[in-house]
Structure formats: C-alpha cells, structure tokens
Ligand binder design. Structure first.
Ligand code: SF4
Ligand code: SF4
Length: 180
C-alpha cells in the first residue's frame, strides 16, 4: 500500500469514529432538521448543506483527488444526481434523506458542527473539546500525510472519549431518547 492509500485508510478510519460520535450525539435530526421541516410545512430543508461543500474547500493535493475518486466510485459523480425538487445546491443532498455520502465526505462536510450543536454539546455533556475548524484541519492533515502517528492516535482517543461521555450521560432533552 503506498502512502496515499495508507493516508486515505486512516482518514476513513477517522471518519468511522466521527460517524459513531455523531450517531450517539444525535443532535442534527432531532434538534434541528425535524423542527425545521415542521416549521416549513413538512417540506424538506437543506439545514447547513447550503453549498457544494464536498468540493468547496478541497486542497489542490493528490490526496483530495484520491478521496474524490473513491467517493465517485461509490456514490456517483455530483452530476449523476437529479432530484425533482432540490432544496440544496449540493447535488449529493437528497431532499428526502439528506446527504447520500455515508462515507468519503470532504473534511469540512465531516467536521462541521454549527454553533448551536457545539453549545448543546458543551451545556449538556460538558464537552468543550470539539473545535470544528481544528477537526477540519486535522482531517486534512491525515489525508495529506501531515499528521503524525501519535497525533492520529490522540485524535482518535479524544473522539472516543467524547463518545463514552455522551453514552454515559443520558440526554435530558426528550427527543434524545430516540438516539440509536
Ligand atoms: S450542524 Fe447545525 S445546522 Fe447543520 S444539521 Fe446539524 S444542527 Fe442543523
Ligand atoms: S456533500 Fe453531504 S454534507 Fe456535504 S454539503 Fe453536500 S449534502 Fe451536505
């Protein structure tokens, strides 16, 4: 396996851990998307996916080309997606199910948490460590190979600690009872 493939494998490993975190945290759907849909007369919403973030901040680097190549093998090219009533300029955003990219998201799509969700994380779980731009840069460096092995392990441990903290503190907000 060459370095680009090793870095991509580490990126995808980190993406899996972050996805586990977002799954247990479960803020976006219950606290944001569902209420927005209700306010919008049960019509779909784009929430924060209001641009083509899958490519907007891509670095001019072969690692980003490789991520995009694997994404398109699995999920198709952006222009392959056509929605009858799109609500977002991002072609990967399904009005019904949201982002079609279960994996191979860009660093910014993967890292992003809005102010409200970060505040909720702080107030509800006393987790102050999530800095979305910092996570974005860390993901970029993992992809380009500029993150050391020890930094990578520390990053994984920090997100796993957050998962444990969320799992061990029942959320006081009723909607969170439904979390997977
Ligand atoms: S990150 Fe914020 S704006 Fe985006 S879906 Fe989640 S709660 Fe909503
Ligand atoms: S790729 Fe997915 S997460 Fe990124 S902007 Fe599009 S729908 Fe949102």
């Amino acid at each position: 396996m060459n370095d680009t493939e090793k870095n991509l494998a580490r990126y995808l490993e980190m993406e899996g851990i972050l996805n586990d975190f977002f799954r247990v945290f479960n803020f976006c759907f219950d606290q944001c998307i569902k209420p927005e849909i209700e306010k919008n007369g049960n019509q779909p919403v784009a929430a924060c996916c209001k641009n083509k973030y899958y490519m907007l901040y891509d670095l001019d680097h072969p690692a980003f080309d490789r991520l995009k190549q694997e994404r398109e093998i699995r999920y198709g090219k952006p222009e392959d997606h056509h929605w009858p009533d799109p609500v977002s300029p991002c072609e990967y955003h399904s009005p019904v199910t949201g982002c079609v990219l279960a994996t191979h998201k860009s660093p910014i799509c993967l890292a992003f948490m809005c102010r409200e969700s970060i505040d909720f994380l702080r107030k509800t779980y006393s987790i102050f460590a999530y800095d979305y731009l910092g996570v974005n840069y860390a993901l970029e460096w993992i992809l380009t190979g500029d993150f050391s092995h020890s930094q990578f392990n520390e990053f994984k441990d920090s997100i796993r600690d957050m998962i444990k903290k969320v799992e061990s503190n029942p959320c006081p907000v009723k909607a969170c009872d439904n979390r997977a």
